[in-house]
Design a protein around this ligand. Sequence first.
Ligand SMILES: Nc1ncnc2c1ncn2[C@@H]1O[C@H](COP(=O)(O)OP(=O)(O)O)[C@@H](O)[C@H]1O
Ligand SMILES: [Mg+2]
Length: 373
Amino acid sequence: MSSESNGGGVCVGLMSGTSLDGISAAVARFTPEGNRFRADLLAFHVHEYAPEQRDRLKAAMQSATAREYCRLAVDFGGWLADAAVQVLAEAGVARAEVRAIGTHGQTLWHEPGHSTWQLDAPAVIAERTGLAVVSDFRVRDVAAGGQGAPLVPAFHAALFGTPATHRVIVNIGGIANITDLPPGGPVSGFDTGPGNALLDLWCGRHRGTPFDAEGSWAATGKVAPALLDALLGEPFFAAKPPKSTHRDTFNLAWLEGRLKAAGWRGEADDVQATLVALTARTIGDAIRTYAPGAQEVLACGGGANNAALMKALEAELKPRRVATTETDGVPVEHVEALAFAWLAREALAGRPGNIPAVTGAKGPRVLGAIYPR
Ligand SMILES: Nc1ncnc2c1ncn2[C@@H]1O[C@H](COP(=O)(O)OP(=O)(O)O)[C@@H](O)[C@H]1O
Ligand SMILES: [Mg+2]
């Protein structure tokens, strides 16, 4: 059987998340095994943004003219194409073997219940690479009444679900989301709130670095319980799933408003320590409330590299085992890019990529627009 007819083959995933750290690019070979699959990673690369690239994407999240949106989309498509070309060269696979590139695009706007917008240029990527491209994964779910997010749970279930253990996968990007994987199902999941977004912004303001490496600055501060309570007052945390969020809710203006309302006069590193506690607590609360039977929590996303955050998560979730997706041999940075490679594969096969119980959509939907090779 050819790899095309049995659903196997190689796909590329391109992800640029809310952290705006760069483009994560993965090449994976998917091999069907019964009604599951094996994902063999062939190459992975993060193409970090230059400051001016990050600034243009950030500016477009505030407001821009039609001219700038259009020009940025095409330029961004070029950056994505570069990332795809480079990661494919590293993978050393023949173009003929590659079935598609799945591109997430850059979320510029996310308003659950109304609209979501991922800036992208699939036509540019298709032309530049000579490959089929699948893009715009979220809009169909939103059109079907869903949140359009998170979309990673179906992939988490397919890759990390096991009958032996009740697992929860926690993806800690700019925003954090959980996927509950009880043996035998049903799969559920939702966004829990900020992952690294506030940590990065506060660190950028006070330390001038894009993130707090290993959480070492946060570790010099002390959690301020009254401030933590004030931050936890945000209605998003108490809202019932399905729910999703974006950096147009959790940003510096949000944090400054809460600091002011709490009459905060303390040290910047105590705020950073409290933001670590906020991410850990909101993930912990989500798991205690919606996945109480979880035995094992596996973290992924860049936030899993933050030692202070992982320590806080362990304390929150005791006695559950807290580890990372490395447990299953999948490095934490790879998971989301792999998910979009996999979603491209699902789109080509005409299979749904959303889980209605997660997003709240009216039903399962095949996600994405296909630009043929
Ligand atoms: N060594 C590290 N120490 C602390 N935080 C890290 C480290 N490496 C990555 N991160 C965090 O992970 C973020 C990137 O994570 P990622 O999963 O790519 O998120 P997104 O999907 O939002 O782009 C960075 O912005 C940073 O906050
Ligand atoms: Mg990223």
